[in-house]
Design a protein around this ligand. Structure first.
Ligand code: AMP
Length: 191
């Protein structure tokens, strides 16, 4: 199996054009880096931009989408490898299966939920690949500050400083994946 990156990102179409440009730039860099992508499989929001840009430069993109979203015609019909699942929970499990990394692009509550779940699973030893938060134009500054606050309040262990990495420009994402230290899961270190 080739190297696959799972991407979490916005489903909204009403966001500024620079978000779409950032998602497209990321998709192109991932393809050049030899990666394929897997995402929520919709034509909506940044997922559609990923599909468009990945296929345009000869890359591969998979989608995992719940049945009810297909009933609403939200699936991106350009995706050849689209897996239809029963539930949102099943989708999240499949999205992160057998990937080389997870990347969170800007997004809303769904993206935050996916990111938060994968970080939690990593801390508990159920997921080990790199998790990259792309802080496009400071989009995630407040979340990054909040994570710092969680650390100061001892809600988050200082023993796991590398559970995720922040990339500040799109060019930093693939190098951040490749430079991420090996994750050693140790249940005691997350306490
Ligand atoms: P949000 O960030 O709230 O827009 O949610 C986007 C994330 O949640 C994506 O990474 C998807 O996996 C999932 N998701 C939520 N809403 C949709 C939708 N309408 N179509 C496809 N995926 C969605």
């Amino acid at each position: 199996m080739g190297k696959r990156i799972c991407v979490y990102c916005a489903s909204s179409n009403r966001i500024a054009s620079h978000y779409f440009e950032a998602a497209e730039a990321f998709a192109r860099l991932a393809v050049v880096g030899g990666y394929s992508l897997v995402c929520g499989g919709s034509w909506r929001g940044l997922m559609g931009a990923l599909v468009e840009a990945t296929l345009a430069c000869g890359g591969e993109i998979e989608g995992v989408i719940p049945k009810f979203m297909c009933s609403a015609e939200w699936q991106d019909k350009r995706i050849r490898n689209l897996t239809v699942v029963e539930s949102m929970q099943e989708r999240k499990t499949l999205l992160m299966k057998d990937v080389a990394a997870v990347v969170a692009l800007p997004g809303g509550p769904g993206t935050l939920e996916e990111l938060s779940e994968v970080i939690s699973l990593k801390r508990l030893g159920f997921f080990s690949p790199p998790i990259i938060i792309y802080n496009h134009q400071g989009f995630y500054n407040k979340l990054i500050d909040f994570f710092e606050w969680l650390r100061r309040e001892n809600m988050l262990s200082p023993n796991q400083p590398n559970a995720w990495v922040v990339a500040h420009t799109v060019d930093e994402i693939i190098p951040a994946i490749e430079a991420a230290p090996m994750w050693r899961s140790d249940l005691n270190s997350h306490l």
